[in-house]
Each structure stands twice: as C-alpha cells, then as structure tokens.
Design a protein around this ligand. Structure first.
Ligand code: AMP
Length: 361
C-alpha cells in the first residue's frame, strides 16, 4: 500500500475513478488550487470530462488502462463506493489511494459496515445477516416487524431494499431484492434524518461540518437544511460519532455518515466513503467546500476550516426540474449548480441550488 510521502504541490495530478457530478465538482475545486484532475470512467458521456485536464474511457477491470492511468497521477480517489475491490487494490500498490482500500471495503458491505460501527459502541438499528429464507425468518423472529431488508452490496437511493410489514410474505421480500445476500434491519421510527460530513488528513487531523437535516423523496435526497432542527446535544453527538468513525477507519478524505435522530438518540445508518450529496450546501455556505476539503486532505495540504458563514437550504434538481434554470438563475441569493448532463431522466440528479440566509445565532 502506497502512502503520500509529502504534500502534493500545485501542478500535481489527482486521479478520480468515476465521472459523475461528484467527480466534476471535485475537479472544479482542484482546479482552483492549481491541481489537475484525470478522470477514469467507462461512460463516454461523463459529466466530469468537460472540466478535467485529462480523461480515460475504460472499464474498471481493464488493468492495462488502470496501469497507464496510475502512471499519470500522484494520488487516486473515487466518487462512488462501488469501485471493485480488485481495481482499488491494483491501483494502491502503484499510487496512494485515498480513502484507502480498507475503508472502501467496509463501506461496500452493509454487514461489515454495521458490525464495524456497532463495534465502536455507536448505536445502529438492530440487524442480522440474511442468506436465505430460513435465516430471514429467524432474523424476523428476533428483530420483529416492521423491518427493512437490504442487499449487503450495491444499494443506493433506496435501491436493493424493501420494507417488511406484518402482511409481507418473507419469500416475496427476498425475491424483491433478487435473492441476494442481505441484512435485515429493525425499522427505526426516526424524527429526522441527518448526516455528518467530515474530513481527515494523512496526519490524522479531522474537521467536521455542521449537521444538515436531510429530506428524501422516493428515497432520493431532495433537501439538506442547515442548521438541522435538533438540539445542540444531539448535533454534538452526531458530530462526535462522525469523528470517531473517520478516525477508526484511518481514513483520508471526506466522508458522509448518514444518521437517524429519534428523540435524543442518534443512530448511524450508513457510511459513504466519498464526498456526499448532503454536503453540497458547503459549496456556498462555508469558507471551504467539502470538495476543496477532500482535495486538500488527499493531497496532504492543511485542512481548511469547516466553519459555516450562512444558514442554507440545498435543493436537488431532479429530472426536468433543471429545465427551470432561467427562473432559478434570476432568483436573488440563489446559487445554481448544473452538472452538464444532456438527458433529464426522472429522478436523475441534474443539478442543485443553495439558498442562503444570514446565519442565526
Ligand atoms: P439507505 O439505502 O440505507 O440509505 O436507506 C435509504 C432510506 O431508507 C433512508 O434514508 C431512510 O429514509 C430509509 N431507511 C433505511 N433504513 C431504515 C431503517 N432501518 N428504519 C427506517 N428507515 C430506514
């Protein structure tokens, strides 16, 4: 495993696996610091290509292309958690990869992730591994209903999960998630969903942003509002859990940790080992955005402040909502971010807006 020996100077090159909007916003932030990005993605129409110094169109299992990519970059990062383990491991012996392979592997498997978090003494929903109908029935006997059945791998935006209520036939629930290895989770009756966006550098230094409150529609993030309507004690607890997780993972870069709030309790749901949609508000409401923070962290620069100067509501523009760009661009105090995607499919993340207001004491 290669580590970063010394800070990368301006002119250095960051490699990013994945070419979506997160890679695009990372490349824009890097460019401002004089750092070039080389995007590696299989899709010819990747939104990040237009703003990056270089790109490679190749599959994640094309090891010749990966070897050539590794030779052109000083550090590799990624914008999505489903980077194949073999790809990350292949790169990690050639060039520093941040966040590291161990953090990636933990976050890729909901079973390993929940076990790791619970092992830190941090509350998670009751859960059990499910491999077939017998283990699902045993898990339901222990955890009860309602519950949520989730595939261990490759779940996002509500995909690969189904709710089990008293009337649900367990066999039908297993069929719905494609009979894949899964975990059963007790249903958390939460008052709100929040997340913690934190960053950690190669020397172990950590910064943590304020806690956004997140609203989903059809399992897709719709808004993040800061400050969240939670007590200072709950916010502090959430931030402390985020710091504990990022340190225990020995992580380098920005992490997103999704959590449920139930009364005064904070329950961790999942880890995203990357910049996170619920951190997009930092682009306009903070001195240093999550994207710049990630580039600083992986390049060995001093971390920036996570201080927030404004209150903010971030709203995702999904599907054809970005067609209203003229009206949005005319709205005073609104910050518009469009991802340059050509086709607006329903639910597709096309852009986001940040609406700022003066920070309340
Ligand atoms: P996830 O894919 O784990 O992020 O879940 C997507 C969404 O499903 C979450 O943001 C919650 O709104 C809901 N959800 C997931 N797990 C649970 C749970 N154990 N209890 C209640 N709601 C859940």
């Amino acid at each position: 495993m290669t580590v970063l020996a010394s800070p990368l100077p301006p002119g250095a090159r960051v490699g990013i696996l994945g070419g979506g909007q997160l890679a695009r916003m990372l490349a824009l932030a890097a460019a401002r610091l004089g750092i070039d990005c080389h995007i590696y993605a299989p899709e010819a129409e990747s939104p990040a290509f237009a703003v990056a110094a270089a790109h490679t169109i190749a599959r994640y299992d094309d090891f010749d292309a990966l070897a050539a990519f590794a030779q052109t970059v000083d550090v590799v990062t990624y914008e999505f958690e489903n980077v194949p383990g073999a790809t990350a491991a292949f790169l990690a012996v050639r060039v520093p990869v941040a966040p590291g392979v161990a953090a990636l592997e933990t976050a890729q498997d909901r079973g390993a992730e929940k076990t790791f978090i619970a092992g830190l003494g941090i509350p998670v929903a009751p859960f059990a591994a499910v491999s077939d109908l017998a283990s699902l029935e045993a898990a339901l006997g222990r955890i009860g209903r309602p519950a949520v059945l989730k595939t261990r791998r490759f779940g996002y935006d509500g995909k690969g999960q189904t709710r089990i209520v008293p009337a649900t036939d367990p066999a039908a629930a297993l069929a719905e998630i494609g009979q894949q290895p899964a975990i059963l989770e007790g249903f958390v009756s939460f008052s709100c969903e929040v997340s913690v966006i934190a960053a950690r550098g190669w020397q172990g230094e950590v910064v943590v942003y304020d806690v956004p409150e997140n609203h989903h529609e059809d399992h897709i993030l719709k808004t993040s509002t800061v400050p969240a309507r939670i007590s200072p004690a709950v916010a502090e607890r959430a931030r402390a859990y985020g710091s504990q997780i990022i340190a225990a993972l020995g992580y380098v870069g920005v992490i997103g940790v999704e959590m449920f709030v139930a009364g005064e309790q904070v329950i961790v749901n999942e880890i995203a080992p990357r910049v996170h949609n619920s951190g997009h508000w930092t682009m306009d409401a903070c001195h240093v955005s999550q994207f710049e923070q990630h580039i600083r962290a992986i390049c060995g620069w001093p971390l920036g402040t996570a201080e927030r100067h404004s209150d903010v509501v971030m709203t995702n523009l999904l599907g054809d909502e970005a067609a209203h760009w003229q009206r949005l661009a005319a709205e005073p105090g609104l910050h518009l971010h469009l991802y340059g995607k050509r086709e607006a499919r329903p639910g597709r993340k096309m852009g986001h807006v940040n609406r700022l207001s003066p920070r309340q004491p």
